[in-house]
Design a protein around this ligand. Structure first.
Ligand code: A3P
Length: 300
C-alpha cells in the first residue's frame, strides 16, 4: 500500500493517504481507550519520536533494551495509521500509543477515560522549519515548494495534518479541564531533560531513582537517538523516506528557525501568531536559554 499521491480529508483536515485511510481515521476517533493507556499527542515535528523514546525508557526504568530492539512505531503505534489496528492488539499494558489528531477529533472519545495523555508541543517557528525539511525527504507528503510557499500554507493551516494553531489551541485549552493531561514542550526536553523525565515519570506514576533518570537522559539524547536505528527511521525504505535528502534526526535544536527565517518571514509569522493565539497565556521559548537558568527548578 503506497498511495503516495492520495490525500485523505477527514474532519476538514488533509492526511497522507500512504499512512491513513477513512477507515483507520474513523477507527481512531472511536477508539475504546482503557484507563491504563498512555497516549502521546503532538503536531508533526514537535518532538513526537523523542517523547516515544522517553516514555519507553521511563516504562523500562532506564533500561534501553526495548528502545534498541523494537522500532518506535511498533512500541507506540499511531492510533490513526492503517497498519496500527493489528499492532495495537498486540501491545501489553500499559499500552503506549501516539496520535497527531486534534482535540476536536479525539476529545469525545477520551471523555470519561482515565487514559494518560501527554501533549508535546514545540515553538511553531522551529516546527515549521522542521516540517519543511521533512517534506523534502518524505515521499508520502506533497512537494513543499519554496520555504515562503510552505510558510504561507502552514500559516493558513492548509498543510497536511491541518493547522498548527488549531491543534495547539485545542489541546492546551484542555489543560486544567482534563486532569489526566500533561503538557511537555520540546524546549523543556532540550534544556532540562532531567526535569522533563522526572515530570513525565511522576505523571505516569513510575517514579525513578537518580541512576534510572540518568540512563533515560543518556538514551534520549540527540546523538544516541540519531545512532539508534529503532528510532532514527533508517529502517523505513528509501522510497518512503529518502534520508539521502536529509536526516530524520536533522538538527535537534531550539531556535534553528533563525537559520531559515528572514526578517519578513518573522514579521509575517508574528502577525498571524498574535491573531490566532489571542487570549492564550502560554509563552514560547524561541531559543536555547543558558543552562544555569533552565536548571533553576532542579536546585530547589
Ligand atoms: P529537527 O528537524 O528540527 O532536527 P517528530 O518526532 O515530532 O517528527 O519531530 C522531529 C524533530 O525532533 C526533528 O527536529 C528531530 O531532529 C527532533 N528530535 C528527535 N529526537 C530528538 C532529540 N533526542 N533531541 C533533540 N531533537 C530531537
Amino acid at each position: 500500500m503506497s498511495r503516495f499521491e492520495v490525500t485523505e480529508t477527514f474532519h476538514g483536515v488533509a492526511f497522507p493517504g500512504h499512512l491513513h485511510d477513512q477507515e483507520s481515521l474513523q477507527r481512531a476517533v472511536t477508539f475504546p481507550f482503557q484507563d491504563t493507556d498512555i497516549l502521546i499527542v503532538s503536531y508533526p515535528k514537535s518532538g513526537t519520536t523523542w517523547m516515544q523514546q522517553m516514555v519507553t525508557l521511563i516504562s523500562n526504568r532506564g533500561d534501553p533494551h526495548v528502545s534498541q530492539t523494537v522500532p518506535n512505531w511498533a512500541r507506540a503505534p499511531w492510533l490513526e495509521h492503517h497498519y496500527s489496528a493489528e499492532l495495537v492488539q498486540t501491545l501489553s499494558r500499559p499500552r503506549v500509543m501516539t496520535t497527531h489528531l486534534s482535540h476536536d477529533m479525539l476529545g469525545h472519545t477520551l471523555q470519561g477515560s482515565k487514559a494518560k495523555v501527554i501533549y508535546v508541543s514545540r515553538n511553531p517557528k522551529d516546527t515549521v522549519v522542521s516540517f519543511y525539511h521533512f517534506h523534502k525527504m518524505a515521499n508520502f507528503l506533497p512537494d513543499g515548494g519554496s520555504f515562503q510557499e510552505f510558510l504561507n500554507q502552514f500559516l493558513e493551516g492548509t498543510v497536511q495534518f491541518g493547522s498548527w494553531f488549531d491543534h495547539f489551541k485545542g489541546w492546551t485549552s484542555q489543560l486544567g479541564a482534563m486532569t489526566n493531561l500533561l503538557h511537555v514542550t520540546y524546549e523543556e526536553m532540550s534544556m532540562n531533560p532531567h526535569g522533563a523525565i522526572k515530570r513525565v515519570s511522576s505523571f505516569l506514576q513510575c517514579p525513578l531513582v537518580e541512576d534510572e533518570v540518568n540512563s533515560c537522559v543518556r538514551h534520549c539524547s540527540f546523538s544516541s537517538m540519531k545512532d539508534n536505528k529503532m528510532i532514527n527511521y533508517t529502517l523505513v525504505s528509501h522510497d518512503i523516506l529518502d534520508q539521502s535528502k536529509g536526516s530524520f534526526m536533522r538538527r535537534g535544536k531550539v531556535g534553528d528557525w533563525r537559520n531559515m527565517f528572514t526578517e519578513e518571514h518573522n514579521q509575517q509569522f508574528d502577525k498571524v501568531l498574535l491573531e490566532k493565539l489571542k487570549g492564550c497565556s502560554i509563552e514560547f521559548v524561541w531559543e536555547e536559554v543558558e543552562e544555569k537558568e533552565t536548571h533553576r527548578e532542579t536546585h530547589h
